[in-house]
Design a protein around this ligand. Structure first.
Ligand code: CA2
Length: 143
């Protein structure tokens, strides 16, 4: 099984500030964790991070015909981007929305997720483990 893991804006800054919200581990630590889990699960994982909305749309489109599922933490674009929602709908791949924190318990502007409507599942507030749970969900769905 092939899974694309997408992280949106500022997630490359993990571990640098706001450790009380996002923890003190870095984006590189997150990538290592996901790769180790993928290896154990027999999953071929592709990791992608961008701060640019159009690049994230391109990455989702390029998954068509190549990937079996998408794990996506769109960062702040969660709360603003209809383009990401449409891209997920366009490729028709099962996508799991992941958030390290629980945006529903934070500021009101984080309570809306446009992308949620196109996702088969949302995992929030489980820290980095949320990405691994998302992978287990997608591999379980395929069986
Ligand atoms: O909890 C999550 O995973 C979020 O998707 C993270 C986004 C935020 O805008 C969403 O509401 C929830 C923020 C990305 C990371 O932002 C950082 C800020 C400071 C230091 C490091 C990362």
């Amino acid at each position: 099984m092939n899974i694309l893991v997408i992280n949106g804006p500022n997630l490359n800054m993990l571990g640098i500030r706001e450790p009380e919200i996002y923890g003190s581990a870095t984006y590189a630590d997150l990538c290592r964790l996901i790769e180790a889990h993928a290896e154990k699960a027999g999953v071929t994982v592709t990791l992608y991070q961008s701060n640019h909305e159009g690049d994230l749309v391109d990455a989702i489109q390029q998954a068509y015909g190549k990937q079996d599922g998408i794990i996506i933490n769109p960062g702040a674009y969660t709360h603003t981007s209809i383009a990401l929602l449409d891209a997920i709908k366009a490729v028709g791949l099962p996508a799991v929305e992941v958030h390290i924190s629980d945006p529903d318990t934070r500021e009101d502007f984080r309570k809306t997720s446009y992308i949620r409507a196109a996702c088969v599942k949302t995992i929030k507030g489980h820290g980095f483990s949320g990405y691994l749970e998302a992978m287990d969900y997608l591999t379980g769905e395929q069986q």
